[in-house]
Design a protein. Sequence first.
Length: 130
Amino acid sequence: MKRIITFGTFDLFHVGHANLFERAAAMGDTLIVGVSTDDLNADKKGRTPIYSFADRVKIISSLRYVDLCFAEESLEKKSEYLRHYQADILVMGDDWKGRFDHLKDICDVVYLERTPSVSTTEIIEVITSK
Ligand code: C2G
């Protein structure tokens, strides 16, 4: 039984997120998702997510690719999360390429190509410019 883990904010859930989950789920038997808290996202991106943590968890938990969600409270706690959830593979989009290579002593680390031409930031820009 292979356990796959991934992390992200997944704000304004879009097809890039779905493609990542689809490919990550196909790599193993169980897909576990660490969903960034509102505070962590504010730290990472300098803004509060449009969708609250509770709403993002509700959307992500309802996807057939996803078996389990938990709160990602800090980027620094990754090794703790990987051990706690007994992850075999950490999967991230390639905008994070190299950033988690130090975790390769705990599990495999794989970066998948991002889906081109879609991002939460761009969606916000398009909507606010209308
Ligand atoms: N993603 C993708 N294609 C896109 C947009 C996003 O494959 N067009 C992927 C990202 O590469 C990431 C995941 O979807 O792996 C979630 O994206 P974000 O919500 O932007 O995640 P981020 O806030 O960068 O959080 O611990 C790491 C993080 O918490 C990552």
